[in-house]
Design a protein around this ligand. Structure first.
Ligand SMILES: NC(=O)c1ccc[n+]([C@@H]2O[C@H](COP(=O)([O-])OP(=O)(O)OC[C@H]3O[C@@H](n4cnc5c(N)ncnc54)[C@H](OP(=O)(O)O)[C@@H]3O)[C@@H](O)[C@H]2O)c1
Length: 253
């Protein structure tokens, strides 16, 4: 089985690469930058924005795990137009695995709307697919909100809810899907615990013995409310086993 991983330099792409190293799959990887330590994988340059290298990237592959994304820069051109262009090149693909995000149709964020549109494009194509939505990765939440205290304070929207999940566990789940074949949209892959961002910050401070304090802010608008209401979580799908607390313990500073 020949597998292509797009977005091979990203958070999810890197986790996929680490785990595919020991597998029997023939693996091709693609991104614009070349990842360090690619081992025996074949790396191909490709750009979803310009379309350059896409033909070469998808040539002779059976399965694609599409981990390339661009949430902020040129997001529409990459998540939708570039994605559609990629799909148009897949004549003989056996299985296209699309990682998506829990709650995208209920949260008024431009990037999420684009992800939803991409899901629809895939569903309406003739390509055999699996779509699996995950909650936010532990590292993503930590890097976004809990990495840069301001004057010894984490200034955060403390009431928003998170069900963060290990990117390694999600990567393993995606790799397990290769053998299962196309299944359409499947159950969400959520982390084991739903917490507020304030609770996550408290854990970080405790585990790292930090002297930082928490300054929790409220924000106006539907976007903030949707995260406070936990639209980005799924309490029925706690598939991941590694908690945010364990994640912090493993990466202790
Ligand atoms: N982060 C989360 O918490 C989370 C949660 C649930 C689901 N997901 C989903 O998981 C997937 C991967 O997310 P991630 O957090 O791993 O993303 P990421 O760390 O931002 O990585 C994005 C990847 O896309 C590549 N890329 C960016 N622009 C590109 C372009 N124009 N052409 C080709 N490749 C391009 C980047 O490589 P180069 O810059 O080298 O090209 C990089 O390898 C996404 O579908 C995301 O929606 C993420």
């Amino acid at each position: 089985m020949r597998v292509l991983v797009t977005g091979s330099t990203g958070q999810l792409g890197s986790a996929l690469l680490n785990q595919l190293k020991g597998s029997d799959y023939k693996v091709k990887i693609t991104s614009r930058r070349k990842p360090e330590r690619i081992g025996h994988f074949e790396w191909v340059y490709s750009d979803l924005l310009s379309g350059e290298g896409l033909e070469e990237a998808v040539k002779d592959v059976d399965v694609i795990i599409h981990a390339a994304t661009s949430p902020i820069k040129n997001s529409k051109d990459i998540e939708v137009t570039g994605f559609e262009n990629l799909l148009s090149k897949l004549k003989y693909i056996k299985h296209f695995i699309y990682p998506s995000i829990v709650g995208i149709e209920e949260i008024p964020l431009k990037y999420y709307k684009l992800k939803y549109k991409a899901e629809e494009l895939l569903k309406n194509s003739s390509i055999p697919y699996t779509i699996v939505r995950a909650t936010q990765f532990h590292d993503f939440v930590e890097n976004l909100f809990l990495s840069k205290p301001l004057f010894k304070r984490y200034v955060i929207p403390g009431s928003i809810k998170c069900q963060s999940v290990s990117v390694d566990e999600f990567a393993k789940h995606l790799i397990d899907l290769i053998n299962k074949g196309p299944q359409g949209r499947i159950d969400d892959f959520g982390g084991p615990v739903i917490m507020t961002l304030r609770e996550m910050a408290e854990l970080k401070i405790k585990i790292n013995n930090e002297t930082n304090k928490i300054f929790s802010i409220s924000l106006p608008g539907k976007l903030y409310k949707s995260f406070c209401d936990g639209k980005n979580t799924n309490s029925f799908q706690k598939a991941g086993g590694i908690t945010f607390e364990e994640h912090l313990g493993n990466n202790r500073v």
